[in-house]
Design a protein around this ligand. Sequence first.
Ligand SMILES: Nc1ncnc2c1ncn2[C@@H]1O[C@H](COP(=O)(O)OP(=O)(O)OP(=O)(O)O)[C@@H](O)[C@H]1O
Length: 242
Amino acid sequence: MSALFELSSVQAGYGPLTVLHGVSLHIEAGERVCLIGRNGVGKSTTLKTIMGLTDRRAGSLFWNGRDISRSSTVARSRMGIGYVPQTRDIFPSLTVEENLIAGLRNGPASAIARAYELFPRLQERRNNGGAELSGGEQQMLSVARTLLGKPQLLLLDEPLEGLAPIICEELMSAFETLSRDEGVAVLLVEQKVQEALHFAQRAVVLDHGAVVHEGTTSELLADPGIVDRHIAVAQAPAHSDA
Ligand SMILES: Nc1ncnc2c1ncn2[C@@H]1O[C@H](COP(=O)(O)OP(=O)(O)OP(=O)(O)O)[C@@H](O)[C@H]1O
């Protein structure tokens, strides 16, 4: 049986710059995978390539075995790939609820109730403007908006960046609930490697635009030397805006 999603020998970048030099990876339905590596090795570029937001030079992408390499970003999103970019994708001038309604398009209003269930803080702040929210609440709103599209695969680009530990825990626990209760597959890019390894079942390590290690997270947690060899992890910034 084919994987839910597969990248096969993909080379991609921006204009003349090639960032990914033949990346292959797969994600099974409901699986949690983390993509880790040093700064600038191409993790965000991998997510953008999955969404069709980079210049792909070679290789193919498959969704349930079907070649989607030439599908538009909108088509990929409609197929069931949800993308939460690093830049918290919300409307600052709209309230939380208006942001959710705008993200609903033609979907059922019950999806908003589900979003509030997953992120009770958003329900408490439903009448607050996007710009008034803390960094953590903005991230929750950005994730909640993506979930309104009912993705089968959720791409998360450094969701914990700049957030206080308590908010990180809240977010990770919501991602776990999603994965466990709704079978949503997750591809998580995260600089907080320990959090990523505890969340995911499998890890893919990227270096210089190529996969240099792939294995279960339990293997990596049991032998931290593997991670140390591949990643000199940039520590989380001292500040937080949660
Ligand atoms: N829009 C862009 N145009 C041109 N080059 C880009 C663009 N976005 C990223 N790059 C370059 O591509 C390379 C890989 O960047 P990418 O953001 O994918 O790395 P990353 O592994 O996600 O790093 P980080 O952990 O710091 O976010 C870097 O050299 C970066 O400067």
